[in-house]
Design a protein around this ligand. Structure first.
Ligand code: PMP
Length: 312
């Protein structure tokens, strides 16, 4: 039986006992940096595989530097803590893993990051599909623009930054779409609210550059490598125009939560024939076994956790 455990303030505690106070700085101002990881349950191996765990924490620590958060843990230690949370929690199913580094000081009306204490927690919860669609999804172009690097840098997963995504996503869902595609302040295509974006034109794949104000996605980097190395396709990282969304052969979104998600329409216009495209499918077929620890050539990119099962 699973018994969810969180790591908080240096200790492993039952998830229901892991609480923070109402004066916590991060709760008021979004002064946190988080990661979103998946624990992929592999029944035959009896293990949960966590893909590119180290890369997630390297990104989190870059965000910590931005927010003057100084954690007493190395990347290696953070990886080990995460594996331990998963093992102690005992789940034998797919998980979402959420580490958060944050300003834990219980002090109101203080906007100086450098005077505030830091905290870190990590938890894991059961998690199925994120975009909740077995086929291609419908997207709109959001009226909210992606925040610029000169405002709050979107290259880090800063907690407060996600209000930008949340406003766009909420409006998209209310309008009947599955997801929003955000443009940056220049009017170029940026990313989904929680995913990077790729467009296929013939045998070339285009994706916005990091300087377009996208999050440097771990899945984005993986897909670029797979497209080039395994499929021999050309991948261009360049500014992408909005009109390209309406004429691409295929559009797909990538993210740890979303995996590789085909887009069937943008602003009601069908992408290709409106179904998941052939290149998107080939990338999905390559990607899933890799993140589930089923492809020996990529197993070194996964950390594994063996859940400790307690008697019910
Ligand atoms: N963009 C945004 C805004 C995101 O929140 C995410 C999810 N972390 C991504 C892209 C995809 O990043 P990754 O592949 O590292 O999950």
């Amino acid at each position: 039986m699973a018994s969810p455990v969180a790591f908080l303030n240096g200790e492993y505690v039952p998830l229901e006992e892991a609480k923070v106070g109402i004066m916590t700085h991060a709760l008021h101002y979004g002064t946190g940096v988080f990661e979103g990881l998946r624990g992929n349950w592999n029944e035959e191996a009896g293990k949960t595989y966590i893909f590119k765990l180290q890369e997630h924490y390297e990104r989190m620590l870059r965000g910590c530097k931005m927010l003057w958060i100084d954690l007493p843990y190395s990347v290696e230690e953070l990886c080990r803590i995460t594996v331990e949370v998963v093992e102690r929690s005992g789940y034998q199913e797919d998980l979402y893993i959420r580490p958060v580094a944050y300003k834990s000081e219980e002090k109101v009306a203080n906007l100086n990051l450098r005077s505030l204490a830091d905290g870190f927690f990590c938890l894991a919860v059961p998690f199925g599909s994120y975009l909740d669609s077995s086929g291609a999804i419908s997207c709109c172009v959001a009226s909210y623009r992606r925040i610029d690097d000169t405002m709050v840098p979107p290259r880090f997963k800063l907690s407060g930054l996600y209000l930008n995504s949340i406003l766009a996503k909420t409006d998209a869902l209310a309008a009947g779409f599955d997801e929003a595609i955000m443009l940056n302040m220049d009017g170029h295509v940026c990313e989904g609210t929680g995913e990077n974006i790729f467009l296929v034109h013939g045998d070339t794949i285009a994706t916005p550059t990091i300087e377009s104000n996208v999050l440097p996605g771990i899945t984005r980097a993986t897909v670029i490598d797979l497209a080039q190395d395994e499929l021999g396709l050309r991948v261009e990282q360049r500014p992408v125009d909005r009109s390209e969304l309406y004429t691409a052969d295929e559009v797909f979104l990538t993210g740890t939560a979303a995996h590789i998600q085909g887009v069937g329409s943008v602003d009601h216009r069908p992408v290709g024939d409106g179904e998941i495209g052939a290149i998107t499918r080939r990338l999905q077929d390559l990607y899933f076994p890799i993140v589930q620890g089923r492809n020996p050539a990529y197993i070194h990119q996964c950390w594994s956790a063996t859940p400790k099962v307690t008697a019910s």
